[in-house]
Structure formats: structure tokens, C-alpha cells
Design a protein around this ligand. Structure first.
Ligand SMILES: [Zn+2]
Length: 178
């Protein structure tokens, strides 16, 4: 089965604010399964629904997974909300929607995440370190925020300029191929 394509910066659909999920039904379960497939295939440690062009408040996260170990225990989080931000940590982040770029981002070191699972059960997860960073990165996506919005203007502008050139080349390659 074909994977859902990941939207890439500067696609405007990444900037939408996603809608809360009212009902957990089969189509939502299917979306969650598809998102996990994309996350493991790319690979990444998290994915938010808007990255696959669905404006719903759904994220999947698996910070324990590595290609070598390959054990998959994704957290599927419906309507996630963060509170109790504590401490500060700087982590080098990347994003499947921001190709070929990484940068250091300052985030809270610890957060409390509340969400529903796919059975509608309330979850409460106290996260720290990489998992806390990943939760903050993915919940940002639901509000149309990318990690490049949280770095210095200088670094962001450099990336935006580089991405512009890259996209021009991609367009030229595409028109040459057709
Ligand atoms: Zn991302």
C-alpha cells in the first residue's frame, strides 16, 4: 500500500490550526495506522496529522524505536494537550516536513501530556528529555507551528533561502522529466 505523502515546507497546509477530534471512529484508526507507517518508514520519532494533510488533532510518537532494535510501540495521542512545563533543554531537532535541515531548539525539559488513546481512554504522561521535546514539537504542528519558527531569524532566513533554491531545482527536474 502506498504511504501517505508528507507535506513539506513551505506548503501552506502545514500552517493550519487543526480541529479537535469529536469521535474516535474507524477512519481515525486508519489515519493513525497510516501515520505510524509513515513515521517508521521515513523514519521519524513522531508525526502529526497535518503533516499528512489532515487537519485533526492527532499525533503519533515513538521515541524508543530505533532501526536496529525495530520494536514498535507507538503512542497514538488524540487531542493532546501540554501543561506543567518545567526547566529548559536544548535539543537538535529535525522534521520530516522541513527537508535537509536540523537546528538547536530550546524547549521545556519536562511536560505533562494529557490525551485520549484510540479507545477514548484518558492518558496522562509525564515526559522528560527527548520524549518531552518530541511531544512539544508534534503538538506545535497541530497549531501550525514548525520548529524553524523557534530558531533565530538569521538561521531561519538562511534555511528559507536554501529551500527556495532547492524547490526551484525540484521544479526544473520535474518539468524536464515530463
Ligand atoms: Zn515535525
Amino acid at each position: 500500500m502506498a504511504l501517505r505523502p508528507v507535506l513539506r515546507f513551505p506548503d501552506k497546509r502545514l500552517r493550519r490550526v487543526s480541529r479537535p477530534i469529536g469521535e474516535i471512529d474507524e477512519s481515525l484508526r486508519e489515519l493513525a495506522r497510516d501515520m505510524c507507517d509513515v513515521m517508521y518508514e521515513e523514519p521519524g520519532i513522531g508525526l502529526a496529522a497535518p503533516q499528512v494533510d489532515c487537519d485533526l488533532r492527532l499525533i503519533v510518537v515513538d521515541t524508543a524505536w530505533t532501526a536496529e532494535d525495530a520494536e514498535r510501540n507507538p503512542l497514538i495521542l488524540v487531542n493532546p494537550e501540554l501543561s506543567e512545563h518545567e526547566g529548559k533543554v536544548v535539543w537538535t531537532e529535525g522534521c520530516l516536513s522541513v527537508p535537509e535541515f536540523e537546528a538547536e531548539v530550546e524547549r521545556a525539559e519536562r511536560v505533562l501530556l494529557r490525551a485520549l488513546d484510540l479507545d477514548g481512554k484518558q492518558l496522562e504522561i509525564r515526559a522528560e528529555g527527548l520524549q518531552a521535546v518530541c511531544f512539544q514539537h508534534e503538538v506545535d504542528h497541530l497549531d501550525g507551528v514548525l520548529f524553524i519558527d523557534r530558531i533565530s531569524r538569521l538561521k531561519r532566513n538562511r534555511y528559507v533561502a536554501r529551500r527556495k533554491k532547492q524547490r526551484k531545482r525540484e521544479d526544473e527536474d520535474e518539468s524536464a522529466a515530463s
